[in-house]
Design a protein. Structure first.
Length: 227
């Protein structure tokens, strides 16, 4: 029982490695042991090329890596929060726990804001400016955000001016409100930007009203005054 891990490199997705959990510790989930090995063809192609490493510091070769517990990048692939709850319902699992981590790893639909990723281009490895960006609202069961601003209600726009004031101990409220207000024009142009990027028309239409609300909320951050 194994899982093939793919990576987007040189313009296409390709299998980079094979992950296999230790069957004797499978019930421990991410705390259990596992094996990881680079795919042979991948290793031949990218041998001695650090920019193609699955994660920085895991050298490409033919070695069989043994871990006492799942490596962090695999843990990060597990669905979290609302996404995990949705998948538990879909696969009809009543009791959550480490024993279902393997089921969930192969179903992955994570939903959290702590992700980071790297871009591998021209022999360089650098932090990606955008990651885990997907239209979760298209999920038929809905995947809501787990964390929200204090006082925020589902469906409402954050009161950016109030938020800026609450963060006044670490950020200048006026400067932050001005900066946020300046983002409004860019957000307002998102439908045109999505068209240029060939986003499906139905998605653009579904987002049109929401884009207007977000743009208005940002623009009002500068003009509204709170006592």
């Amino acid at each position: 029982m194994d899982c093939h891990i793919q990576i987007f490199l040189d313009g296409h997705w390709q299998t980079a490695a094979v992950f296999e959990p230790d069957m004797q510790t499978l019930d421990r989930g991410v705390a259990g042991g596992c094996l990881l090995q680079y795919d042979t063809d991948y290793a031949v192609t990218y041998l001695d090329k650090p920019e193609a490493e699955l994660v920085p510091g895991l050298p490409i070769g033919f070695e069989l890596f043994r871990f006492e517990q799942w490596p962090p990048f695999l843990v990060d692939l597990l669905p979290g929060g609302a996404g995990r709850r949705v998948w538990l319902r879909r696969i009809q699992v009543v009791n959550d726990g480490p024993q279902v981590d393997w089921h969930l790893l192969t179903r992955g639909a994570d939903n959290h804001g702590r992700n980071t990723a790297v871009l591998r281009t021209k022999g360089e490895v650098r932090l990606s400016p955008l990651f885990d960006f997907a239209p979760m609202f298209l999920d038929p069961e809905g995947i809501g955000r787990v964390s929200r601003w204090q006082g925020e209600r589902p469906g409402d726009q954050p009161q950016w001016a109030i938020i800026c004031e609450k963060l006044g101990n670490i950020l200048d409220p006026v400067e932050t409100r001005t900066w946020l207000a300046g983002l409004g024009e860019g957000v307002k142009r998102l439908p045109e930007t999505m068209q240029d990027c060939r986003v499906d028309d139905d998605i653009i239409q579904r987002l049109a009203d929401w884009v207007k609300e977000v743009a208005t909320g940002l623009s009002e951050a500068r003009s509204r005054t709170f006592v």
